[in-house]
Ligand binder design. Structure first.
Ligand code: ATR
Length: 265
């Protein structure tokens, strides 16, 4: 079978290495490549996918929303989010899914099993945040709190959350068991912090969905404070693993996928 990740730019993607190694260790002769499609050529997607004989593909930045009109079906979660990262092709039919949220929550649950009783603060209210929040929502007994720079970003959210400002998040930081940064702050600059962490309780699990760098300033500061940290690597691996399950119905070798990706980071 043939698979790919479609995005722009895409040359630094670790998805091909991760998936090809998983195929290899499972004894499959499937292929996975990176296909660069700039925005202005995206209308050629059907032809490109046909030419490459793909059985499924991942969609990444900046096309997660743009792919939707090309799908024959979309699952409920992705429709709700307005974003798709996985397409399965069955008998010529394109079916859209989104594995980003479940990818993150699987990683989180592995190191914090008692999610039900946790008080969770998420920072950021973009696409990534919404995907994770929707996935977390049914697991939680306590209301999820989400802080964002601009509060009007919450207007069309259908789940019931506490929406707060970044300043309020800084003030109430010690009340949370888990704090997750879903903004891109920390990806480019080694010192930039989305919020001040001086009120952080050392027992709080601090997480960032970024995995390049593996340790953002947000995570470094938390670690210096004695907190347990979780970066975005497991989210990346698990979203790929979930895509593989959708395409093949089989279980991937997650440990091996992670080992391979870590070699390249
Ligand atoms: P993604 O799909 O990766 O989540 P996005 O939808 O563009 O990307 O969302 C980016 C998130 O990071 C948003 O919560 C955004 O805050 P706003 O809604 O106020 O724009 C947040 N963000 C990005 N740059 C930021 C900055 N410099 N300071 C604070 N928040 C920032």
């Amino acid at each position: 079978m043939n698979f790919a990740v479609i995005g722009h730019p895409i040359d630094h993607s670790l998805s091909p290495i991760m998936h090809n190694e998983n195929f290899k260790i499972n004894g499959e002769d499937s292929t996975y490549k990176a296909i660069d499609i700039p925005e202005e050529q995206f209308h050629l997607i059907k032809e490109i996918v046909r030419k490459e004989s793909l059985d499924g593909f991942n969609v990444t930045i900046p096309h997660k929303e743009r792919i939707i009109p090309y799908l024959d079906e979309i699952d409920e979660q992705s429709r709700h989010l307005g974003a798709v990262n996985t397409v399965k092709i069955t008998n010529g039919k394109w079916i859209g899914h989104n594995t980003d949220g479940i990818g993150y929550v699987k990683g989180l649950k592995a190191i914090y099993p008692d999610l039900e009783n946790a008080y969770i603060l998420m920072i950021g209210a973009g696409g990534a945040s919404k995907g994770i929040a929707n996935e977390l929502y049914p697991h939680l007994n306590n209301k999820l709190t989400i802080a964002n720079r601009t509060l009007d970003r919450f207007k069309n959210w259908s789940i019931d959350i506490n929406a707060i400002s970044l300043k309020e998040a800084e003030r109430s930081l010690s009340e949370f068991d888990i704090v997750i940064n879903t903004t891109p702050i920390g990806m480019k600059s080694e010192s930039e912090l989305i919020i001040n962490l001086s009120n952080l309780d050392p027992d709080t699990l601090v997480s960032d969905i970024i995995y390049t760098p593996l340790k953002t300033a947000f995570l470094s500061k938390a670690e210096e404070n004695g907190n347990t940290i979780l970066n975005g690597l497991d989210m990346f691996i698990n979203q790929g693993a979930e895509s593989y399950k959708i395409w093949t119905g089989k279980e991937p070798n997650i440990k091996h996928m992670k080992k391979v990706v870590l070699k390249y980071l």
